[in-house]
Design a protein around this ligand. Structure first.
Ligand code: NDP
Length: 330
């Protein structure tokens, strides 16, 4: 029998301290199970927070890290009807534990994807692109030519937002932190579809919406909090909506009283995990996955800037993820 290597942890803490590369014997899939070989799996901020014990989802120990992957079906149990050997699959649910060479999953927890889709795109499809998709669809009814604004524009979600906006003919303004290679980053985000990219300092002083004759954004996405969030909400049109989906600065969101009263701005939160649970087998969810897969196949949607690291070098990968500046000449 074969050996499976997995990244497991049995207590909360810093990933490099609590994660171990563990070897187990590979079993055979039961009736409704599928044996898969994991081809690629990403590290999301939520994976790190889950290991640290700072995420509202608590695994049972020992747990295998990771929530996303793309895997190849190696063999199927005798009652499996929808999946076949050689097919590529991605998780249909969260918490499967994907940082492993092989795994046995229930058929119903997997979703097939075309083998034509790139490994990086498939492995990162279910969290960030879906978050961008839902936030663009579910809060404000946007029409072609409308504008959205977001901070953390170089984040994986941010890159997805710019690409979807381009496909749907929506203008998007991205805000990023300043850095030495800022010109290169701006160019990259514009190549993905951003209409304008400004630093936090530039947007504070900017009269850009007037100068460039851009419409005031009707929708803002915030993954930073603190001053950055207040600043982007300041640019919203009357009755605009700001959706907070992350808190990278760990600072609270401060809403301007005047913006609430005189501009009737609304503040919302969004959590993909909740949406997926509440819409688990919905046609909306199926439609979203197929629309995203179509965009990927057409070359209109690419994975975020990334680096592939072998499982054994997980410490390097985690360190890089914690330290990642989004775009540093990679
Ligand atoms: P990435 O790791 O790809 O990007 C992180 C982003 O945060 C980068 O743009 C980075 O900018 C920025 N950032 C980090 N620290 C700070 C700081 N102190 N101040 C300002 N900006 C900062 O992340 P993801 O796209 O995967 O996720 C982004 C956020 O969204 C995370 O908080 C994540 O948990 C959350 N998220 C939430 C979801 C939901 O359902 N609510 C779903 C998916 C993600 P820089 O390059 O300048 O460091």
């Amino acid at each position: 029998s074969k050996v499976v290597k997995s990244l497991k942890y049995s207590k909360h803490g810093e990933p490099v301290e609590v994660i171990e590369l563990v070897e187990d014997q590979l079993k055979n899939p039961k009736e409704y199970e599928v044996l898969v070989k994991v081809l690629a799996a990403p590290i999301n901020p939520a994976d790190i927070n889950t290991i640290q014990g700072k995420y509202p989802v608590k695994p049972t120990f020992p747990a295998v890290g990771g929530n996303e992957c793309v895997a190849e079906v190696i063999s199927v149990g005798k009652n499996v009807s929808k999946l076949t050997t050689g097919q590529h699959v991605i998780p249909f649910t969260t918490g499967l534990g994907t940082w492993t060479t092989h795994a046995i999953f229930a058929e119903e927890d997997l979703m097939p994807v075309s083998n034509k889709i790139g490994l990086a795109e498939a492995a990162t499809l279910t969290v960030n692109p879906c978050t961008a998709y839902r936030m663009l669809k579910d809060f404000v009814e946007l029409s072609p030519g409308d504008c959205v604004i977001q901070n953390g524009a170089n984040s994986a979600v941010g890159q997805a937002v710019h690409q979807l906006c381009k496909s749907w003919d929506i203008k998007s303004v991205g805000i990023v932190r300043n850095r030495p290679d800022i010109a290169e980053l701006k160019k990259y985000l514009k190549s993905l579809g951003a209409t304008e990219v400004l630093t936090e300092e530039e947007i504070r002083a900017s009269t850009m919406f007037k100068e460039k004759q851009l419409p005031r954004p009707r929708l803002a996405f915030n993954c930073v909090g603190g001053k950055s969030a207040t600043e982007i909400s300041r640019h919203l049109a009357d009755k605009g909506v700001m959706v907070t989906y992350g808190g990278m600065s760990r600072e609270p969101v401060v809403a301007s009283t005047a913006a609430l009263i005189f501009k009737d701005i609304a503040f919302h939160g969004f959590w993909m995990t909740r949406w997926s649970k509440e819409n688990y087998n919905s046609s909306q969810r199926t439609h979203m996955f197929s629309e995203l897969c179509d965009l990927i196949e057409q070359g209109k949607f690419v994975a975020p800037v990334h680096e592939m690291v072998p499982l054994q070098k997980f410490k390097d990968a985690v360190a890089a993820a914690l330290d990642f500046k989004g775009f540093a000449g990679k």
